[in-house]
Design a protein around this ligand. Structure first.
Ligand SMILES: [Cu+2]
Length: 158
């Protein structure tokens, strides 16, 4: 009986140990022009946990900085600005899509090539580090930019 109780105790602890609450899907980088010092990236970050999770850090081996950018309208023009806070809501997710919010690789360390996979690491407020590989895609020869997933209402820019 005692043994059974211990086993039961271990089992109930398991959910707290299961760490894969933040999952990154559909990560890719748009191949920039050869002279560019920056590149835009896109991804969906899902949160399977019960609590909102903040992305507290982001880095890539391919660039000096990896920033999250938001698009905002100023004087009739779209501008991008660094997001102060990136929060992934519990049981939900956030998307970075072409024409909208995106990741920005600033200070590229080398000229990117189509098909190359860049390592991206995200740090979260609950102490996780999520590392993924984002493929560099050449979108110039495609008539329609990036049909990915459902949220495809915005086009243009980046
Ligand atoms: Cu940007």
């Amino acid at each position: 009986m005692k043994r059974l109780l211990i086993l039961f105790g271990l089992l109930t602890m398991l959910p707290a140990c299961a760490t894969a609450e933040i999952v990154v899907e559909e990560a890719w980088i748009r191949l920039p022009p050869p002279v560019a010092d920056t590149a835009a990236g896109y991804m969906t970050i899902r949160n399977h946990g019960d609590q909102d999770v903040e992305i507290t850090g982001s880095r890539t081996s391919a660039a000096e900085e990896l920033e999250f950018h938001a698009m905002a309208m100023h004087d009739g023009m779209m501008h991008m600005q660094k997001m102060e806070k990136v929060v992934v809501p519990a049981h939900s997710g956030i998307s970075f899509d072409p024409g909208g919010n995106h990741l920005m690789l600033v200070g590229l360390q080398h000229t990117l090539k189509a098909g190359e996979r860049l390592m991206i690491t995200l740090e979260t407020s609950d102490g996780q580090e999520v590392t993924i590989h984002a493929e560099v895609r050449d979108m110039r020869n495609r008539s329609e930019p990036a049909k990915h997933g459902s949220s495809d209402s915005h086009h243009g820019m980046h």
